[in-house]
Design a binder for this molecule. Structure first.
Ligand code: PEP
Length: 247
């Protein structure tokens, strides 16, 4: 089965009412490859605004969601609230949340379970630090992250995996095509051995880390790279070139 190319844009804590509206409008008017799923993740405060200004067919994601249905959880948002607002996706396990906000593999897995069971798609992020790569631990780190999520979820159809080496995020230091493909292949192998053949074959694996309008085409040619999760460049006009990597 051919996996549909997927490009996510993570605005992080960037943007204003005017700038996110302009991005939504520009994307809605751009000529985009119809064979690509496009999902953009503005800050929580702008989710509804972006949904309103984005044409149908282009999706919006939260950057995080909580793993409780509702209640006394100040500052958090729920899966139900996302669904209620027409937000069908969330990013989970981004390295900035893991390292700065202290989210463990288990917390990320629990949130992934909650979101997928509530009908919200998850862009589930994993990746190693520079020290881990240099110590030859890249695959072991990712397998540990995968094992935590696989222990909690049964339905992988709503999960897109984003491999994001921490040393490549926001640094301008993109992984080589070989480094990315090697890890993507290892993730697929792990899914085959530990989940099943169908999940290994059908789950999309995105690369994230300093992707831009120039390096995207080479990366997109690799057989196990099914799209991108883009930070900085998702705020710029070149995001359209990344979406259209295969044209
Ligand atoms: C990200 O934050 O997910 C990311 C990949 O950032 P950047 O593209 O800026 O490296």
């Amino acid at each position: 089965m051919a996996r549909k190319f997927f490009v996510g844009g993570n605005f992080k804590m960037n943007g204003t009412i005017e700038s996110v509206k302009a991005i939504a409008k520009n994307l809605s008017e751009a000529q985009l490859d119809p064979n690509v799923d496009v999902v953009i993740a503005p800050p929580t405060l702008y989710l509804l605004l972006v949904r309103e200004h984005l044409k149908p067919g282009l999706e919006v994601a939260a950057q995080n969601v909580f793993d409780k249905p509702n209640g006394a959880f100040t500052g958090e948002i729920s899966v139900l609230q996302l669904k209620d607002s027409g937000i069908n996706w969330t990013i989970l396990g981004h390295s900035e949340r893991r390292t700065i906000l202290g989210e463990s593999d288990e917390v990320v897995a629990s949130k992934t379970k909650f979101a997928t069971e509530g009908g919200v798609g998850v862009i589930w992020c994993c990746g190693e630090s520079l020290e881990e790569r240099e110590a030859g631990q890249t695959i072991a780190v990712i397998e540990k992250q995968l094992a935590a999520v696989a222990a909690k979820i049964g339905d992988w159809s709503k999960v897109v995996i984003a491999y994001e080496p921490i040393w490549a995020i926001g640094t301008g230091k993109v992984a080589t095509v070989q480094q990315a493909q090697e890890v993507h292949e290892a993730i697929r192998k792990w899914l085959k051995a530990n989940v099943n053949d169908k999940v290994a074959e059908e789950t999309r694996i995105l690369y994230g880390g300093s992707v831009n309008g120039k390096n995207c085409k080479e990366l997109a040619k690799e057989k196990d790279i099914d799209g991108f999760l883009v930070g900085g460049a998702s705020l710029k006009p070149e995001f359209v070139d990344i979406i259209n990597s295969n044209l």
